[in-house]
Design a protein around this ligand. Structure first.
Ligand code: XIL
Length: 556
């Protein structure tokens, strides 16, 4: 009798356990069916309990740098009936701050809302950002979700959403940082992460691929990161683009963080992934004043001051970096931004291009011929590989500013003319890159003037980092969306007219969600990867301009 009861209990338990397992498995499958790639977090997607620090623990929050102090305090609190908050002090750099690993709560393809309350301690006013990091180390992407300029002693809310389309790295965090206030201290409280009801998105397959529309005119490119290698963004890349620029992975700080220690494996992975699907790669960038390690042109002297290296040492570092990198990627790339952003903004006397140069560390250490020297180093490599077809570019932003474009024109003209005296018929600088980080207030007539000026140099032109800031706070009104589309259309009319001189047009990001300027919704696709008016402005500018003008006329 006893044995029978025991057997029954085992059977019932087994049935219950299998039923439970079945529900769990099927439930999860139903959640993830839309996307084959989402199997890597099968045991994850745990519920996230709001973090109020009331248990006196940091609940997984740690300092991003490790040097800042993150501690639970009862000096402040935001939670109703609560007593505690998390305090962050001892920050030294803007990116320092509290961070929390969240991948176990996230299901690939779903959109999440992140909410948190922050209260600035010091200074009296500062901008605090809530961001998310996907991937670790060299392969990380950083996305700003929300930012707010806060006054000390006021609790303010940070809130943003993000769709996690690619979790292949298995590493996701949410974190807090500042803008231009590296030493700011603040509290955070009531951190929340929840899935939004917004459905998973799919590629809009009925759209005209942008690259097909401009097949006979120029290459169409996009900026890529490791997050672009999978999921919907990869599908979009393959559908609309035939060229790509690494958004960060080929910058000097990534490729040679320590002197003599080149790190090529991540960049190689990115480049090869593009070549595998027939997407051409543009190299960005060799010599720049940002995202470049200090050791290249400065050192710390005995008194602890940062001073410039001697001309010879800096030149040697610049030449070694340039030559090694150009040689390494060889003809896997079609072109290089050899020098990036060497010119000042709106220089008062563009006739004197030397006086118009940015006073960067390269400029101080080497002198005003550092640009020419960088191109000579890259050219040496190409000369020893006559079978490679790789173009060398000078690349800069605010290219619609007439003084800046005149200074660039004068510089490129003089450097190329000098080179031609010894190398008749050859160019040292093959191309000028117009970054084209524009805003809704950019006047396309100024863009046209600069473009025409650069064409006069007899070099090829590429539009290298196109985006148009329009919205605010991650939001875009219908009216501004149309205006943004109109400006994209005006630009593409201009580009089409000058297609003989333009090799490539590259957009700086796939969609508003991942743009480096996500706050201002600058791209063709929204943060759910759906086409905006901007997309239609690009694929059929004439039609877009006509309709826009008719609508405007109607309104008046
Ligand atoms: C930006 C990237 O988009 C960001 O992810 C990064 O944090 C900073 O750099 N001009 C350039 C690009 O040449 O390399 C910059 O890219 C944008 C401005």
């Amino acid at each position: 009798m006893k044995k029978k009861k025991w057997l029954m209990a085992v059977v019932i338990l087994a049935v219950l356990v299998s039923a439970l397992l079945y529900t769990l498995l099927m439930g999860h499958q139903a959640d993830t069916d839309y996307n084959e790639a989402s199997t890597n977090n099968a045991e994850t997607d745990e519920p996230f309990n709001i973090i109020s620090f009331e248990d006196g623990k940091a609940n997984g929050f740690v300092g991003r740098a490790g040097s800042e102090v993150v501690s639970v305090t009862d000096k402040e609190n935001h939670t109703e009936d609560g007593k505690h908050a998390l305090m962050v002090e001892g920050r030294a750099v803007d990116w320092h701050g509290p961070t929390l690993r969240v991948e176990k709560y996230i299901e690939q393809g779903s959109e999440y809302k992140v909410v948190a309350w922050v209260k600035l301690i010091d200074p009296a006013r500062a901008t605090i950002q809530l961001s998310t990091q996907i991937g670790d180390g060299d392969e990380a992407s950083y996305i700003n979700l929300s930012s707010i300029t806060a006054n000390a002693n006021d609790w303010v809310k940070l809130e943003g959403t993000y769709r996690y389309n690619n979790l292949s790295s298995g590493y996701v965090t949410i974190y807090f940082e500042t803008i231009d206030n590296p030493a700011a201290s603040f509290y955070i409280d009531d951190v929340q992460l929840e899935k939004t009801p917004s459905q998973a998105v799919e590629v809009q397959e009925d759209l005209k691929p942008i690259k097909d529309v401009y097949e006979d005119d120029f290459l169409i490119g996009n900026a890529i990161s490791f997050q672009t290698l999978q999921g919907i963004r990869f599908d979009m890349l393959e559908m609309h683009y035939n060229s790509a620029t690494a958004e960060n992975a080929m910058k000097p700080g990534e490729l040679q963080p320590e002197k003599g220690q080149f790190k090529f494996s991540s960049a190689d992975k990115l480049v090869d992934a593009m070549l595998d699907v027939g997407i051409k790669v543009h190299g960005h960038t060799l010599v720049w004043h940002q995202q470049s390690p200090d050791w290249m042109n400065t050192f710390i002297d005995n008194e602890g001051n940062k001073v410039y290296l001697s001309r010879d040492e800096a030149l040697e570092n610049m030449r070694t970096h340039t030559k090694t990198v150009v040689e390494h990627f060889g003809d896997r790339v079609i072109s290089w931004d050899v020098v990036n952003e060497a010119m000042n903004d709106n220089p008062p006397n563009p006739a004197n291009w030397r006086a118009s140069l940015r006073q960067s560390a390269w400029y101080h250490a080497i002198g005003d011929d550092y640009i020419e020297q960088a191109f000579l180093a890259a050219r040496e490599v190409l000369d020893s590989h006559p079978d490679w077809d790789v173009k060398l570019y000078y690349n800069d932003y605010n290219d619609d500013n007439q003084n800046k474009s005149k200074a660039i024109y004068n510089m490129v003209k003089e450097i190329n003319e000098k080179y031609q005296q010894e190398h008749p018929g050859k160019l040292l600088i093959d191309g000028v890159g117009m970054q084209a980080h524009y805003s809704i207030n950019t006047n396309p007539k100024n863009v046209a003037l600069s473009l025409e000026r650069f064409i006069e140099l007899g070099v090829e032109i590429s539009v290298t980092e196109l985006d148009i800031r329009a919205g605010e706070n991650h939001k875009l009104t219908d009216k501004l969306a149309k205006e943004q589309g109109y400006l994209y259309a005006q630009l593409f009319e201009l580009y089409k007219e000058n297609a003989d001189h333009i090799a490539r047009i590259t957009f700086w990001g796939m969609d508003d969600g991942t743009s480096w300027r996500a706050v201002n919704t600058p791209l063709l696709f929204d943060s759910n990867q759906q086409a905006k008016p901007a997309y239609y402005g690009v694929i059929d500018p004439t039609e877009f301009i006509l309709e826009y003008s008719l609508e405007e006329a109607d309104i008046r």
